[in-house]
Every structure is written in C-alpha cells, then in structure tokens.
Design a protein around this ligand. Structure first.
Ligand code: IVH
Length: 670
C-alpha cells in the first residue's frame, strides 16, 4: 500500500517541476532557483525508486534515460514531412505570389511570415495527451525514432493538460542557441574533446547520439510551427499557433500576418537586419498561406507545398588566400590545424584565421598552403574554410604534409586508430602544461581573472609555476613579481587577490578545474552532488562511479584513471593544503548546522517508528548530511529501524556505526 500523501507528493513534485521547466525554458522567466529545482528532482527520483508503481513515462525524471539506445527504430510519418522551395530575392517571391494568386483566383488570401530556423525538423506524436514518439524528418516519408533524446529537451512537454485535444502531432525545429553552442564547444575544448563545426550539424548529431545522458548535458531548444489533429478543426496557421501556445509548446514570437507580398518583403527586410541580434541561427523567412482551406486548394508538387516558400538570406562567404597552416596543441595533446589567412572583411569583422578541424578534413578538401579558399561565417564560432578555388591554384602547389612531430616539444605524434586526431603524447609538453593551467583558471572553472595566456607563459618561463597547484604559492613571490616588466604593481595585486578569492569556489568548480578528461561542468556537478567530496570520489570504484545516474563508462573510467595517477594525487594534496574546497557544501536551513551530521553520509534501513523515511532524510539533509542508498566504507552512520536486512549486516561487517532511533535523536539533539 502506498500512503496517499506519497501519491499526492509525487504528483505535486511532477507538476512543480513541469511548471518550472515551462517557465524557464519556454517563457524564459524562471521563478525558482537551481538548488530548489535539483532537490525536487532528486526527491521525485527517490520516491519513484521506492515506489516504482508511481513512476510514469511522462515523469520529469524520465527525461534522461540511464541506458544507451542500441539502434534507432524507423518511424513512418503519417503525413509526409515536406521541404520548402527556396527563393533568393524579391523577384522570386513575386513569382511565388503570382502562382498562388493564379490558383486561388479571386480569393483574398493572407500570408503568415515566420523565421526559418537553421535547425533540424522534428515530428512529435502525442497519444492520450502524452508524448509517445519523436522522429526526425529522414527522407520525408520515414525518419528515425529519437524519442529518448527528444525527451531531454525541457521545453518540449512530455504530456499536455487539455480537454480539447488528446491525439495530435506537433512539428517544429530543434536547434542550439548561439550561446549554448559556444558553451558546448568551450566545454569540448576544456574536456579535451573535438570542436564542433556548426550548430545545425551539432544539433543533428546530438539527436543521433545513443547515450541520452550526453544529450541532456547540452541544452537543445525547440520552436513549434505545426499542429495536426483529428480532434479539432484548425482553420489557419495563426489558429495553430494560438493552440500550440495554449498547450504550452514554445512558439517563436517573430511571426506576422501579411496581407500581401509587399508586406512580406517588409518583414523579410526587417528580419534580415535583426538576424545577428537573435540568440539563435536563422537562414531566412518562411512564408505560408494562412488559411488551411487555401493550403489544401494549392496542394503540393514534388515534395514541396505550393502554399509555402522559403526566402533565404545570402550566405556570408568570402574568398581569400591561405597563407599558411599551423598546428595548435591542446591541453591533452590534441593537434588542431589552423588556417592563417590573408585578412578579409566578412559580415562585420576582419578574419585572419579559420579552423581546419583536423587533418582528415584538409585531405578531404585537398587544402594546400598558398590556395585561394572560400570561407564562411555562419552559425559557427570560428569561421571555417568551405572549399578550395581550384582554378586559382598555383601550378607548383603541393599537397599538405601532416607533421610527424609536435610543433612545440618535437615529440613524435601518435594517432589512436579509432580517432581522427593526432596527439602529442608528452605529458610535460609545454603546450599541455600551459593548457592545463589555462583550463584551471578559466572563468567556468576557478575563475582567476587576470591570469591570462601571456602571464601564464611568463610565469612558466620564469619558473614561478610548473603546474596549476603552484598558482597558490605565487603570493610568496609577491615582491619579485612586482618587479616584472610589463606588469604594474596593481595588476599583480589584482591577480593575487583573484587567486585568494578562487579558494571560495565550490567543490564542483574545483573538480571541473582539475581537468579530468571527459569531465565537463555538468558531470562535475553530478559527481559533486552524489559523492560529496574528493575523498569519496577518489575512493570509489569504477562501478560505483558508473552506478550514478547519468554517468557512463567512459567518464567512470577516466575518473578512476585520473585518481590512480600519483602526479594528480600530489597536485590535489597541494591544493588541499592551499585551502581549496574539496567537499560539497550542503545548503542548510539557517542556524541548523550540526557538526555531528554536517557532511556525514547516512544510510537508512528498516522501518523507523517515529519517522517516515522521507522525514528522516529531510532532517539529515537539513542538518547538512547526506543520505546514500548503499553501505560502504565511506558511510558514517547506518540508521536502522525494525526488520533491517542486508544493509545492517554490511554495516556490521564493515564496522560502520549503527544508530537506532533513540541514538539518532540524541545526535540531532531532539
Ligand atoms: S514549415 C511544408 N516552418 O525548413 C512545410 N519549416 O525546407 C515545411 N524550417 O524541414 C516546414 N523553420 O526543418 C517550416 N518556420 C518554419 C521553419 C521550417 C525552419 C525548416 C524545416 C524544414 C525545412 C524546409
């Protein structure tokens, strides 16, 4: 029997989390803080674990699955997913309008203008008000079932509350916002993983990842633009938008009714100016005939509707000379080729560098030093080299030769067979040392402002620092530092202050700063929440790490490997001495800090007389403790009630302190 309050509690938590998601991701006006949100999600997860009968498919905990998908099933689209015919100038739009006018004869038709999002089309099928399938466009007739990954998109409702419409299909676009794409790439770089070329392809790639935990670490976004249902008669595109909004789907606010093609042009011109200011990429405007009846009269030809057209903005491209190709060495030794270009002005800035990603790419595009190349600045962080203008190639040009030595330390490069990257295997390569330090001080990590690339370089060269832990000794060289050329006394003072201040950074930031491969900010936070301290993490086995929700084998392996390395243990011990935080802080209710409980790990077992398990857990957490589900050496207390089973045996076996209810009460000073 499940207590009725628990049933209610679970429903309330689900509703509150869903509402918080809607406010945050769709309305962009959050009203609760992250901590509260995380705690609600955690509580819901625990209740569902305890009462699996209460777990439903549309629970917010189900947005991330613990298990990777093996294959993507094929989904047949009920209505084909058409594509749009393109127009590139106003004359072509007038041609489109003429065709519409011809077919609709004397009718007075209207258009709706929308943004053309540069993302991936997706179809969402809702049955009995619940999201059951999400599929990509594929060939337009059948696509891939990517439901598990789509569930991670928090602006997509897992279920809708409505009485009017239960079975329906929503279509729209999945994409990354510009800042999220930059963040992902920064994180990729910080994690020592490959940099993505553009937002659209990354969104497509993310949807096809087998592990939804990775997808959940990237905030995908969604705008809906179509609604089909047999339950209601929708007369127009504008009516669809209204209903979509009512159902709490995200609808982009930049849509506009246009009475004629002139008004369409005004909208297109306005949007082209607005384009760079938008927080997401668009590549044009979509113009649709508003009335559904008229859409049906117009029909479609060869996979494109006659009632809609895309007005595409011009691509931002330029031609320039590739002067040279040089190689950068990342913090884990990754070699990235970079194009050194004859400076050229493109879409608002002068470009003199472009990424070449990797050597495969150079070979595939046959890019040679001295070539004239087409470069593009699109949804990309860094401009990229699109192609070579072969007609302008000089006769004596030679194919690019991949270097065999590290450009910094001359160690012979290595290439793991299954990867596209070449690596410098030398841990002591100056570029890697510098890279690790830059990562450590990065604003997303320890945030030591003022300690930039060039200063780090000088400190390394002068021998003040050899690794990131040495940063905390810099204060002992204060007088010497102040005599350094090029730096004022004030700037040294500021750096030293920033270093001291960084000691207040929470544990998850410290964990991220350590530069463990594959550990991004989000993973660091998950590890910090679940283990509570560096000792708990370093003491955990690979299996224990992997048993944490959202942590996969690659991460677990990398964490375990990092802590096994003596060099890293030394760095950590030095950082500990410096006073950095290696334990997660628990948010406590004011005045309730209790040292006997603060930062201690409890395991609850058996039936308590006075307290429900949830209450006991809440009390422990309020006093700053943690409740874990299994007993290990790291457990501080096992609180055992009646009929305690194997957990009590394990506690006795490991010599973990066992408390009964009375002893627990004396601990909390009740
Ligand atoms: S309507 C038949 N509306 O453009 C109607 N599509 O070339 C087709 N797209 O696959 C879809 N923004 O991925 C529509 N506001 C918008 C759109 C949009 C972007 C994409 C979509 C589609 C492609 C068509």
């Amino acid at each position: 029997m499940i207590p009725s309050e628990t049933i209610k509690k679970v429903q309330t938590l689900k509703d509150k989390i869903t509402e918080a998601d809607y406010k945050y991701y769709t309305l962009a006006s959050p009203d609760i803080d992250d901590y509260k949100y995380d705690m609600m999600l955690k509580e819901l997860g625990e209740l569902e674990k305890k009462y699996p009968e209460l777990l439903t498919e549309d629970s917010p905990t189900q947005r991330v699955s613990g298990e990777p998908t093996k294959t993507f099933k094929t989904v047949q689209h009920k209505i084909p997913m058409l594509s749009l015919s393109n127009s590139y100038n106003f004359d072509e739009l007038i041609e489109f309008d003429k065709r519409v006018k011809n077919i609709l004869e004397n009718r007075k038709y209207e258009y709706v203008c929308e943004l053309k999002f540069d993302g991936i089309a997706i179809s969402l099928i809702y049955k009995d008000s619940k999201l059951i399938t999400a599929a990509t466009r594929g060939d337009g007739l059948k696509g891939d079932d990517v439901t598990q990954n789509i569930k991670t998109v928090r602006s997509i409702p897992l279920s809708v509350k409505t009485s009017t419409i239960n079975n329906f299909e929503v279509r729209g676009e999945i994409f990354f916002k510009k800042d999220e794409f930059i963040r992902i790439n920064e994180e990729q770089e910080l994690k020592g993983e490959k940099i993505f070329a553009n937002a659209r392809n990354t969104a497509a790639g993310s949807l096809k990842l087998k592990d939804s935990r990775i997808v959940a670490g990237r905030t995908l976004n969604f705008f809906s633009y179509f609604l089909y249902s047999d339950d209601v008669v929708l007369k127009s595109q504008l009516e669809s938008f209204r209903l979509l909004e009512e159902l709490k789907f995200p609808v982009n606010k930049h849509y506009k009714k246009a009475g004629n093609i002139e008004e369409v042009k005004i909208f297109c011109d306005k949007i082209e100016i607005l384009r760079d200011e938008l927080p997401y990429e668009i590549d044009g405007v979509v113009i649709k005939v508003n009335s559904v009846q008229e859409q049906e009269m117009l029909g479609s030809v060869s996979r494109s509707p006659r009632w809609a057209v895309a007005y595409k903005f011009k691509a931002k491209e330029a031609e320039t000379k590739l002067k040279n190709i040089f190689c950068q060495v990342g913090r884990i030794g990754t070699i990235t080729p970079v194009a050194d270009l004859q400076p050229v002005f493109l879409a608002g800035s002068t470009i003199s560098r472009a990424t070449l990603h990797n050597f495969d790419e150079i070979e595939r595009k046959d890019i040679r030093i001295g070539d004239y190349v087409k470069i593009e600045k699109g949804g990309d962080v860094i401009p990229k080299v699109l192609s070579v203008i072969k007609e302008r190639r000089s006769r004596d040009s030679k194919p690019y030769k991949i270097p065999d030595k590290c450009p910094v330390c001359s160690t012979k490069l290595e290439k793991p067979e299954e990867e596209v990257y070449y690596y410098c295997p030398n841990y002591n390569c100056p570029a890697q040392i510098q890279g690790r330090i830059e990562h450590f001080v990065h604003r997303n990590a320890m945030e030591i402002e003022g300690l930039g690339e060039s200063i780090i370089d000088i400190f390394l060269e002068k021998g003040y620092i050899k690794n990131y832990a040495d940063i905390y000794d810099l204060k002992d060289h204060k007088d010497e530092l102040k005599t350094l050329e090029r730096f004022g006394e004030k700037s040294i003072e500021n750096i030293l202050n920033a270093i001291e201040e960084s000691k207040n950074k929470p544990f998850d930031k410290v964990l991220f700063a350590l530069g463990i491969r594959h550990i991004g900010e989000r993973t660091a936070k998950i590890l910090s929440t679940n283990f509570g301290s560096i000792d708990n993490i370093s003491g955990a086995s690979e299996e224990e790490i992997q048993s944490v929700h959202e942590i996969g084998p690659k991460i677990a392996q990398s964490v375990a490997k990092f802590f096994k390395d003596k060099k890293n243990a030394e760095l950590i011990s030095k950082l500990k001495k410096a006073g950095l935080k290696f334990e997660a802080e628990k948010k406590k209710s004011a005045g309730k800090i209790n040292d006997k409980i603060n930062n201690k790990t409890f395991v609850l077992t058996g039936t308590l007389e006075k307290y429900k398990r949830d209450d006991a857990q809440r009390i422990i957490e309020e006093f700053g403790g943690r409740v874990s589900s299994s007993v290990s050496k790291k457990t501080d207390y096992v609180l055992a009630g009646a009929e305690a089973g194997s957990k009590l045996d394990k506690a006795n076996e490991l010599g973990v302190k066992v408390l009964d209810e009375k002893e627990f009460e004396s601990l909390i000073e009740l």
